[in-house]
Design a protein around this ligand. Structure first.
Ligand code: AMP
Ligand code: MG
Length: 211
């Protein structure tokens, strides 16, 4: 079997200002992804598309301001089902990749979008949570991508909160964290989802794992 490739995914989604924001109502509006050969033998391939949201087709002013994604970008886009099909067409065999993102948000968002559109979530449960893997390498607690870039001594390239630019910056962080040895990143065990992640022990709590 061919060695697995690294799939770095970043999504942008509908959002609203504090107080009006409901995480469960969020829908993907942009998919950005990089398909990386960890041995460096095959050049990295890139994917970007906008997605038309169905629950709230009108973007909030807050969302457009945060992401720079305009109403006309999503109006002209396919709904999630067709956009995701195009993404999978670009990707090829989903079992040949390890899904990687900054934190667990992107995986959870994709699961939600797949459910809403009635399409199967195609990725294996061997996700790499790059926030949790990379931040300790820079001596920092898991934090935002911009913070990690700064900590790694890297300037933010492109536009923050745009899916493809974020994915590129996330890959740069991972490359810096592993000093270019992405094969070592690929050797990391799967990152547990948040509900299964060991909690830091509190003094006097007696054990290192939460419920
Ligand atoms: P990111 O990949 O960091 O650009 O974030 C992905 C999505 O999370 C964005 O498209 C927004 O829907 C949401 N998001 C990120 N940061 C914020 C924020 N500060 N306030 C509200 N929503 C946010
Ligand atoms: Mg992003």
């Amino acid at each position: 079997m061919e060695p697995k490739k690294l799939l770095v995914v970043d999504l942008e989604a509908t959002c609203w200002e504090r107080g009006a924001h409901v995480q469960e109502q969020m829908e993907t509006i942009e998919i950005g992804a990089l398909l990386v050969d960890p041995s460096g033998g095959v050049p990295t391939r890139e994917f970007q598309c906008f997605v038309r949201p169905s629950r709230f087709p009108s973007l909030s002013a807050f969302c457009t301001q945060l992401t720079s994604i305009r109403q006309e970008d999503v109006d002209a886009a396919e709904p999630f089902g067709a956009a995701f099909e195009a993404f999978l067409g670009w990707l090829g065999e989903p079992r040949g990749v390890r899904f990687a993102s900054w934190g667990d948000y992107d995986r959870r968002q994709l699961v939600r979008d797949c459910e809403l559109s009635g399409v199967p979530y195609p990725f294996l449960d061997d996700t790499l949570n790059l926030k949790h893997i990379c931040c300790p390498k820079f001596g920092m607690k898991p934090g935002g991508m911009a913070q990690a870039l700064a900590r790694a001594g890297l300037a933010l390239d492109g536009t923050h909160h745009r899916a493809l630019d974020d994915a590129r910056n996330i890959l740069r962080i991972a490359e810096r964290a592993f000093e270019g040895r992405l094969d070592l990143l690929m050797a990391c065990p799967p990152s547990p989802p948040p509900e299964l992640r060991p909690r830091p022990s509190r003094p006097g709590s007696g054990h290192a794992f939460g419920p």
